[in-house]
Design a protein around this ligand. Structure first.
Ligand SMILES: [Cu+2]
Length: 134
């Protein structure tokens, strides 16, 4: 992880991510409440052991598109209870007003947290959502 600021912002996260209905449109405040992660499309069933992509928008607190370059957005996922991440390294691309991250690969059942990090200047701030695969 890069700058000091990220560590401080992570510490301010209270409660962590909530489990989601994978088919729902989900909006989640970032950990310091400076932007909103809006997941616009996910697979109807989160696939186990198959690659997929995550589509999302980044909004400011008034609901406008966040002014951030795709190079400053990164996505990763972990299983916190197991202490490991994915076996793939997703990249992020822009499609119109959406960002698309892939490949994502959940290679085990259980609870996964997906992290979207947005770098603005010297500060990296995280938003996170979670999915549980049966
Ligand atoms: Cu695991």
């Amino acid at each position: 992880m890069k700058p000091h600021a990220l560590i401080l912002l992570l510490l301010s996260a209270c409660g962590g991510a909530e489990a989601l209905d994978a088919s729902a449109v989900v909006e989640q405040d970032s950990n310091a409440a400076n932007f909103v992660l809006s997941v616009r499309h996910t697979p109807a069933v989160m696939p186990l052991n198959a690659e997929f992509e995550v589509r999302f928008q980044l909004l400011d607190m008034e609901g406008r598109a966040l002014d951030v370059e795709v190079e400053d957005v990164s996505v990763d996922a972990d299983m916190p209870e197991h202490g490991h991440g994915m076996t793939v390294f997703p990249s992020v691309r822009r499609e119109g007003s959406e960002y698309v991250a892939g490949p994502m690969l959940f290679h085990m059942s259980g609870r996964w947290e997906v992290y979207v990090d947005v770098r603005r200047g010297a500060v990296t701030e995280r938003a996170q959502v979670a999915w549980t695969l049966d």
